[in-house]
Structure formats: C-alpha cells, structure tokens
Design a protein around this ligand. Structure first.
Ligand code: ZN
Ligand code: ZN
Length: 314
C-alpha cells in the first residue's frame, strides 16, 4: 500500500544572511570612505580651480540619470511595483539606477523591502530611532541610518527571501552579473562626454572628477538622506506606524523621494508627493511614460484613501 505524499511545504528561507568580512570591507570603502573623501576633495577643488559650465552640464545630467534611476527604477518599479512598463524602459531604468553605484538592483530592493516591513521597529536595517529618542541617541541613530549601517551590520537581507520575483527575472540576473561593468560605465560615460566635448585629456579628467566621482558621492548622500532625515525631521500629515516624514529640501534633491510619509502609508503608490505644492518630478516622468504607452497599470493615489489617512481628519 502506498501512502499518498502530501504536497511539500516550501522551505522557509531566512530573512537575513551573514555578511563576509571581505564584503564588509567593500561596503566600507565604496559606501562610506570614498564618498566622504571625494566630498572633502571637491571643496578645495571648487575653491581653487572652480568648475566650468561643461562639467556642470555633464554632472547635472549624470545626477538626474542616477537619481531618477533610483527613484523611478530601483525604488518605485523594482521594489514596490508601483507600475508596469515595457521591457526596453525597464532595462533603461535598471541601468540608470545602476549609475548611482548603490549596489545591484536585487540587493538594494531586498534591503528596502525589509525596511518597509519593519520600519522603525526591531528588524529595520536602518532606523534612526534605533538607539533611543534622546538627543545624543538620535544623532547616533541618524548617523547609523545614513551610512553607518553599511559597515556595522553583520547581516544583510537574504535575496531568496525578499526578492524571489527579481531573482526569477532573466534581465535582472543579467544586470546583476554585469554590475561591475555598469559601475565602470557610470564613470566612463562622463569621462567620454568631457573628452569628446572638449577634445582634450584635461576635459576628460575634469569631467571624470565632477560628473563621475563627485556626482557619485553627492548622489549617495542625497539618497541616504531619505533614510536618516525623512525618518526624523519634517512633518507627518498622514497616520503611519513608523516615523516616516516629509522634508521639502530632501524631496527637491531626490526628485520626489523626500515626501516619505505618504510613501509609508501606501508604498505601491507611484506618486509620493500627494499633497498640494509637493513637487514630485519622478511621478511626473512616470505620468509621461504612461501617456507614451511605455508604462501601464500605474497605481495613482486614491483621494478617498488620502482623506482617510489624514491626521487632521480623524
Ligand atoms: Zn522609509
Ligand atoms: Zn519604499
């Protein structure tokens, strides 16, 4: 007699895995030391030699590509599935996000999905409230949420647990495998643009410095401000279980991501700046993609949901 086999339950996967010391060293250099050093170097360079209009244009274009790539690609599309889009646009958005040098899309997404699940509670990889609410504890917490967690964390999000959807996507797997080349491209593109524009080696070098290196450092600190500043300062017009907040200058620099309060109410919403006067260029661009039929099934905010979650209308 044969006993009918019960369908096997899927193996539970751990939420986090240990980080090797080699990987921690890479995080320390690429995510903490190098951006800090470059920002420190940029000050005397700007003071001493200045920055010409050519490098301003190249750096600004690279900045917009990187920040839009993170906001629209890595964050709203890949992490939260706020919209669907055609394959060429998906690949372009993934590449643009890669220009920010903030890691492969799978790892970025895994850490961010874990942040949303545990926001400002035990298990959040980067809550500024981790050490308490007193002044010194909060300052320490903000440093932790900004960059310290990159090298103090002993565990990172397990890709198999958090991003099985992305791991099953052949385009994402190819992108992750090619990630070191994407990083090279992030510096090669501005260098090439500066060299060809000026037809000189000096032009290539200054474009590498401003449009490549300094831009990468600025993009990092601007992105991490959402984790450190937009979970502490600012206002909270909506009711959430966490301390996510809206900070106008962070929203301006991140092209909409600093309107972080509504984002924690409804992470799948394609628009973060949902109130009057809250400029959200990333949402505007998604709207243009939708009009061009490149993006579809876009989750736009629902006025009834907005009203229901307002603090002043309880
Ligand atoms: Zn958050
Ligand atoms: Zn998010």
């Amino acid at each position: 007699m044969t006993v009918p086999r019960r369908p096997e339950a899927p193996e539970p996967t751990a939420e986090t895995v240990a980080i090797t010391s080699g990987r921690r060293a890479v995080y320390l250099v690429v995510l903490v030391l190098l951006p800090g050093l470059l920002l420190a170097l940029a000050v005397p360079a700007a003071w001493g030699w200045g920055i010409g209009p050519r490098d301003v244009v190249i750096a600004a274009v690279m900045y917009l590509i990187s920040i839009f790539g993170i906001a629209i690609g890595y964050h709203r599309l890949f992490t939260h599935r706020a919209f669907k889009c055609r394959r060429p646009l998906r690949i372009v958005l993934m590449l643009a996000g890669g220009m920010a040098v903030e890691g492969p899309v799978t790892l970025w997404t895994a850490e961010h999905r874990r942040h949303h699940k545990y926001a400002d509670r035990e298990g959040d990889p980067h809550s500024p409230w981790r050490y308490g609410e007193s002044g010194p504890a909060l300052l320490r917490g903000m440093a932790h949420a900004h960059v310290s967690w990159f090298y103090t964390a002993r565990r990172r999000s397990n890709l198999r647990h958090w991003v099985p959807d992305l791991m099953a996507d052949p385009d994402v797997r190819r992108f992750d495998a090619a990630y070191p080349f994407v990083v090279v491209l992030s510096f090669a593109l501005p260098t090439l643009a500066g060299g060809l524009w000026s037809m000189s080696w000096a032009g290539a070098w200054t474009a590498l410095f401003w449009g490549g290196l300094v831009r990468y450092a600025v993009v990092h600190h601007v992105t991490w401000s959402v984790n450190s500043i937009a979970h502490t300062l600012g206002d909270r017009p909506f009711r959430t279980r966490d301390r996510s907040s809206n900070v106008r200058w962070v929203a301006l620099l991140t092209l909409g991501e600093g309107w972080h309060n509504w984002h924690h109410v409804e992470p799948t919403c394609a628009r973060h700046g949902v109130l009057k006067g809250q400029l959200d260029p990333s949402a505007r661009l998604i709207h243009w993609f939708e009009q061009a039929n490149w993006a579809y099934d876009v989750h736009w905010p629902d006025p009834d949901r907005l009203a229901a979650r307002r603090r002043d209308r309880m």
